[in-house]
Design a binder for this molecule. Sequence first.
Ligand SMILES: [Zn+2]
Length: 159
Amino acid sequence: MKFLSAPWRWDFISSLIKKKGCVFCDALKLPEKDSLICFKGKDYFVILNKYPYNTAHVMIVPYVHVDTPDKIAPRETIEMWELMNRTMAIIKDKFHPSGFNVGMNIGRAAGAGIRDHFHLHIVPRWDGDANFMPVVGKTRVLSYSIETIFEILLNEFKK
Ligand SMILES: [Zn+2]
C-alpha cells in the first residue's frame, strides 16, 4: 500500500469534524416545519424522534447543551416533569396507546445515540406492538407518517 503525504488535507478534515454539531441544538435553528419541535417551553422543548422506536416517539430536551441531568439544578427540572405528563396526556388522547416507556440513556454503554445533550424519551406502547417484526425483521411498523404525527402534536400543544 502506498501512502500519500497531504498535510494540507488536515485543515479540511478537522474543519469537517468541528462542524459536526448537535442535532438538538441544530433543530432549534431550523424553521418550525422542518425542526420536528412540537413545543417550546421556558427551559425545555418537545421534539419528535426522526428515527422512532414507535409511533409518536418524542423526546423532552433542555435548551442547555449538557450531557447529564445532574448539571441542571433540581428546581429547574420541574418543567421537564410537567412536559412529560402533558406530552403523555396528548399522545393518550390522540393515539390511544396502552402504555409508555419513559426514560433516559446516559452514556454510550446505555445506548445513548446523542450522548452530549441529554434527553428524556417518551415511547408510546400498544398491546401487541412488541411482535416478531422488531425482533426478527428489524422493521418497525409505524401507522402514521412522521409529518402527520408532527402536525397532530404541534396543533395539540398550541391549544
Ligand atoms: Zn446540543
